[in-house]
Design a protein around this ligand. Structure first.
Ligand code: PAF
Length: 329
């Protein structure tokens, strides 16, 4: 029986004994799951959240960390939060649009100019309003975090123009905006949960994947991938989420401690990402990756090739919202 099923079973038993779900799960143990290593940007953020909550509440909560997909793929962990079997997680935007479709607007390729632009949008009214939409899904979105800009790695060839991606079997997140973009570019996107990716790359069932430098370095993708192209094709936000069942069992002071912890965790994650965005390429070259970059002309070619996808994104999210994001200074 899996960990999550056990949790659901104990919830059912408690309810059978006449306790409410909130009472049963007003837990002081915080199981926090995330996909990457403890030394990654997620690990840094998880530790910061723990330290702040412990300090603010005089140790009322005990954190149990489950790094490296120890509780399963990101979708599975978010579902655990909805069930109340997991208290907290730090996730990419990979599957978020399947819970709150509005988050997908941030996954549009070449939308953000740089990290500063993305951070200002996420911290401003547009990003903050999207956070509020998670409560209807049994989730409390405490803060946006960050992974950086995503780049393509693969074992087939370097990418200088869109045709270099033709037919490339590229693992994508289970994210409809990304899938549509790569289909439009002529690649063969293969959505897959993260825990399966390394073995699929090793076995050659996919040619490549795309992720920010923070992930390429921390997951040691240089061990299984030869080419890195600095496509910077999309900004990758992250999110610090807690279970609404858990949240509803907290006092106002405890909620304030978690909110403060998440804010500081986000700041720590962004500082880590800023650092890896400067140093990561040299590390990956030293580890043997062949690194290329898109010229400004090639970037314009990619944007031109994406025109049909952009038209569809405008239908889905509304051109005024997209324009407001682009216009944010
Ligand atoms: O590619 C993904 O699925 C995500 O970026 C990852 C690596 C799980 C981090 O959230």
């Amino acid at each position: 029986m899996t960990f999550m099923k056990l949790g659901a079973l104990s919830l059912a038993v408690c309810m059978g004994m006449g306790m409410t779900a909130t009472t049963a799960l007003a837990s002081t143990e915080v199981k926090l799951g995330y996909a990457l290593a403890p030394t990654s940007h997620y690990g840094v953020a998880a530790d910061k959240l723990k330290d702040v909550v412990e300090a603010e509440t005089n140790g009322e909560f005990t954190f149990s960390m489950y790094p490296s997909s120890g509780l399963g793929g990101e979708r599975e962990v978010i579902e655990g939060l909805q069930l109340g079997t997991v208290e907290a997680t730090i996730v990419s935007s990979g599957t978020l649009a399947n819970f709150v479709p509005e988050t997908g607007v941030f996954d549009i390729p070449f939308l953000f100019r740089d990290l500063g632009h993305a951070r200002r949008v996420l911290d401003g009214p547009i990003g903050q309003e999207i956070l509020t939409k998670f409560t209807d899904q049994g989730l409390v979105a405490l803060a946006w975090g960050e992974q950086g800009f995503r780049h393509v790695t693969n074992n087939r060839n370097q990418i200088a123009e869109p045709k270099d991606m033709a037919g490339m079997k590229l693992r994508t997140m289970e994210n409809p905006v990304h899938i549509e973009a790569f289909e439009t570019l002529g690649a063969a996107p293969t959505p897959m949960a993260w825990p399966e990716v390394i073995s699929a790359l090793q076995q050659g069932t996919i040619d490549g994947q795309e992720n920010p430098l923070s992930v390429i370095t921390s997951a040691k993708l240089y061990e299984v991938q030869k080419y890195l192209t600095l496509t910077g094709h999309v900004y990758s936000p992250a999110m610090i989420l807690v279970s609404k069942i858990f949240w509803d069992g907290l006092s106002d002071d405890q909620k304030a401690a978690f909110a403060k912890g998440a804010k500081e965790a986000s700041t720590a994650m962004r500082a880590f990402v800023s650092d890896v965005e400067t140093k990561g390429v040299e590390q990956l070259k030293a580890a043997g990756m062949e690194v290329g970059t898109l010229t400004p002309e090639a970037r314009a070619e990619f944007q031109k090739a994406l025109a049909p996808a952009y038209a569809h994104y405008a239908e889905t999210y509304g051109q005024p919202l997209i324009d407001a994001i682009i216009a944010t200074q």
